[in-house]
Design a protein around this ligand. Structure first.
Ligand SMILES: NC(=O)c1ccc[n+]([C@@H]2O[C@H](COP(=O)([O-])OP(=O)(O)OC[C@H]3O[C@@H](n4cnc5c(N)ncnc54)[C@H](OP(=O)(O)O)[C@@H]3O)[C@@H](O)[C@H]2O)c1
Length: 293
């Protein structure tokens, strides 16, 4: 059985990886059992358990949290995974660092999506700490970096995500701003976890983009979601605006960039990446609408 050590196994993505990897012997220390700030304890655990692979799904995953606590963001998203990658390299263990579309600034907006070979240009503290994390871990040839975009869950209760926030807002008759010139390819957590596990099990290395197979504007994704949940929550009133208007109104200069998934899609045996409609349908099978009411 494949023995895999995962950091961040209680997180939104990490918990889904554990759920999907039934055929894996997981070592999944909780935050409480092992604080990643204790790098000596991290090293001891690796040496004692000798996993075949390590997945780093921990860190500061919310951009606002990174802005308010950049030191913690750089420790958990850059320095700590860099150190674990060095240990992994020394011990011959595959290392997987989950990165983010935030390594690109989305300017100019591209409907084709950023490719793996495009030069990152992060604008937020979160994006900068993730890009630095990529560089620190990709310094070692054993490293795999799946770059993911807008993962959403139906069941993870520790924190919400943009899809569940939209639905909750619509239940409360909230007007939704929908950006016409921001392009995204969100993915439901089960699909993202399945694809990442495939890459780890098959010992891929380097960067691969994971996201929905279709790229659509923020407005079109919001419209699609509204259509699909129309039986359960009131139809939302959408205010369609440009990114420039959104930026002037909120001061938020970070445009969410879509990722091209062509390189992953060319892998012959890999599990397929869903289009947005399929991701939303899978979400709806598991989602409890009474929570949003
Ligand atoms: N969610 C997305 O849309 C998305 C998209 C692209 C990339 N990513 C990346 O994917 C990874 C996982 O994201 P996520 O959404 O699953 O994040 P999450 O739900 O916030 O999970 C973060 C995990 O890190 C753990 N953790 C935080 N500080 C720790 C510490 N000091 N010691 C030990 N464990 C610690 C947390 O444990 P506790 O909860 O117990 O504190 C939790 O298990 C992140 O690296 C993120 O950048 C996420």
């Amino acid at each position: 059985m494949d023995r895999i050590l995962i950091f961040g196994g209680s997180g939104m993505l990490g918990s889904k990886l554990l759920e999907m990897g039934e055929d894996i012997e997981w070592i999944a220390p909780t935050h409480k059992a092992l604080d990643l700030h204790d790098l000596d304890a991290v090293e001891t655990l690796i040496l004692e358990t000798r996993p075949r692979a390590i997945i780093y799904a921990a860190g500061i995953a919310r951009p606002m949290e990174a802005e308010t606590n950049p030191e913690e963001a750089y420790f958990l998203n850059t320095n700590c995974p860099g150190r674990i990658a060095a240990i992994s390299n020394h011990e011959g263990i595959q290392f997987c660092y989950i990165s983010s579309n935030a390594v690109f600034d989305g300017l100019p907006a591209t409907q084709d999506g950023y490719r793996e070979e495009d030069k990152p240009f992060p604008s937020s503290v979160y994006g900068k700490s993730k890009y630095a994390g990529e560089q620190a871990t990709l310094a070692y040839a054993i490293t795999l970096v799946p770059r993911a975009i807008n993962i959403f869950s139906s069941t993870y209760t520790q924190r919400s995500d943009f899809v569940r926030r939209l639905i909750t807002g619509w239940s409360n008759h909230k007007i939704t701003t929908a950006i016409t010139d921001e392009f995204i390819n969100p993915i439901y957590s089960s699909f993202a976890a399945r694809s990442i596990l495939y890459l780890v099990k098959n010992r891929y290395r380097g960067i691969l983009h994971i996201g929905g197979s279709d790229i659509l504007s923020n407005r079109d994704f919001v419209r699609l979601l509204a259509d699909k949940v129309a039986h359960f929550v009131p139809r939302p009133v959408l205010e369609e605006i440009s990114f420039a208007t959104w930026k002037a109104r909120t001061g938020n200069a970070n445009r969410s960039p879509a990722l091209s998934t062509q390189r992953y899609l060319a892998l012959k045996e890999a599990p397929h990446l869903p289009a947005s409609a399929e991701s939303i349908d899978a979400f709806l099978k598991d989602y409890d609408f009474t929570i949003a009411a």
